[in-house]
Design a protein around this ligand. Structure first.
Ligand code: ASP
Length: 468
């Protein structure tokens, strides 16, 4: 066999004998002739076995859809009347001279060649590796890679350093329940999975990096809430010596360049992005993520908006008070007095901002507190006892005593960005191995039970609920 030629490059080999490898997308047996569509990562091409070679015809008759094959043949220009101008390789055809079956395949559990959006999602998630062969899913995941690569390069170009932060840590309060990991070496003790790298990125500012970023996986144990995943990905970043204005300007320029370089066909409704205070947005649109598109039917319109001046605290359903974003946001200078006195708490605004796109919250961020006494004041107002404060955040309060620079940051959600740019109906379509809204992996059946032995090693006993 000759060296493998990629299907996408075939047209430059017209008239030559080549070898390709890939899958059989379609097989059409017309008796005397057998037609195929072959597929590799670069595209598809039609091939034909002509009458004459009995042994070859026999193999051609055995091959089924999704078999993996190596095929040799001559690349022929198609006669004018058979050219499919709108298709890649629509002007060529492979006259097959040999087929080697590299692996067979059972029939597909669902049609992977059409738009799999109409297929039951449970089946697609169970056979995700087959669903991923579909052209739309291939594009989603490949564009995700391009978007992430764009961000990485943009960050590096602007002097940011990519730094990994721990996946096993002590909690960061971001308003969600945490996933916990039992410690075997210290039974009864637990790590948690990060809801975001928030504390670490701030500590990296204490550590003198000034500009940090990470393509960060975040884990949040939320009840089923629409289009959420228990784990998701953020472009997490943090800068020292910045103003809110600088974070906004940097981010805005980055998104404009992302769109113009990867999605030039799309149009951003308003540049500079409109800015609304939280209060204005709530009053005008009844929402802090207004959809400002002029034409909601236009798949190429992108309406970004900034929402600023979020409240620092919010009242929970049970009457308790929580940090509206997280407790590390700094307070607007105008509201500082109230903050220090602990008065009229729900009217205090933070230097906190969101970026919204077409009615979705893309990102949250803030200029942070960088002084230990102010940070302690937030914890006091949130009702933490001295002991709790030390147990949970002693390390942060201590770090802030050692020359912490003023700093702030942001964390755009990658899944939502890809979903919106690719006009996909939900984030599962842009995550290779997505879980259901209930957090289940239907392919490998996670979460699952673990052995008695493992539980014992961890010092864990299960309380089984009575079956009624
Ligand atoms: N950690 C925050 C979040 O996940 C983002 C930030 O404040 O930078 O929403």
């Amino acid at each position: 066999m000759n060296e493998r030629i990629l299907i996408g490059d075939l047209s430059s080999h017209t008239g030559k004998t080549v070898s390709i490898s890939g899958w059989v997308s379609v097989r059409r047996d017309q008796g005397k002739m057998v037609f195929f569509d072959f597929r590799d990562r670069t595209g598809t091409v039609q091939g034909v076995v002509l009458p004459g070679d009995g042994a070859l015809m026999e193999i051609a008759k055995m091959v089924r859809n999704e078999y993996v094959v190596s095929v040799s043949g001559v690349v022929n220009a198609r006669p004018e009347r058979n050219v499919q101008a709108d298709k890649v390789n629509g002007d060529i055809e492979l006259e097959i001279k040999g087929i080697e079956i590299l692996n067979e395949s059972e029939p597909m559990p669902f049609d992977i060649s059409g738009d799999t959006l109409s297929v039951d999602e449970g089946v697609r998630l169970k056979y995700r590796y087959l669903d991923l062969r579909n052209p739309r899913m291939q594009r989603n995941i490949r564009m995700r890679d391009k978007i992430i690569t764009f961000f990485r390069e943009y960050m590096h170009k602007n002097d940011f350093v990519e730094i990994e932060t721990p996946m096993m840590m002590k909690g960061t309060p971001e308003g969600s329940r945490e996933y916990i990991i039992p410690s075997r070496l210290e039974p009864g003790k637990f790590y948690v999975l990060p809801q975001s790298p928030q504390q670490f990125k701030q500590l990296l500012m204490v550590g003198g990096f000034e500009k940090y970023f990470q393509i960060a996986r975040c884990m949040r144990d939320e009840d089923t809430r629409g289009d959420r995943q228990p784990e998701f990905t953020q472009l997490d970043f943090e800068m020292s010596f910045v103003t809110q204005e600088e974070v906004l300007a940097y981010t805005e320029a980055m998104f404009i360049e992302l769109v113009s370089s990867l999605y030039p066909e799309k149009r951003i409704s308003t540049i500079p992005f409109p800015r609304l205070t939280y209060a204005e947005s709530m009053e005008k649109y009844g929402s802090d993520k207004p959809d400002l598109r002029e034409n909601k039917e236009d798949p190429d319109e992108l309406a970004f908006a900034w929402i600023i001046d979020f409240p620092m605290f919010e009242k929970m359903d049970d009457g308790s008070m929580q940090a509206a974003h997280h407790p590390f946001c700094s307070v607007k200078p105008e509201d500082r007095e109230k903050f220090l006195k602990g008065e009229d708490l729900f009217s205090i605004r933070a230097n906190a901002y969101d970026l919204v796109l077409n009615g979705f919250e893309l990102s949250s961020g803030s200029i942070r507190i960088h002084k230990a006494d102010e940070q302690a004041q937030v914890f006091d107002l949130l009702g933490f006892s001295e002991e709790e404060k030390q147990a949970k955040f002693g390390h942060i309060l201590e770090a802030f005593k050692f020359g912490t620079p003023p700093h702030g940051g942001f964390a755009p959600g990658i899944d939502r960005i890809v979903m919106l740019l690719e006009n996909q109906p939900n984030i599962r379509e842009v995550i290779a191995f997505a879980k259901t809204g209930e957090g289940k992996d239907l392919m490998s059946h996670a979460p699952s039970v673990v052995s008695e032995k493992q539980l014992k090693e961890l010092g864990i006993a299960l309380i089984t609920k009575d079956k009624k």
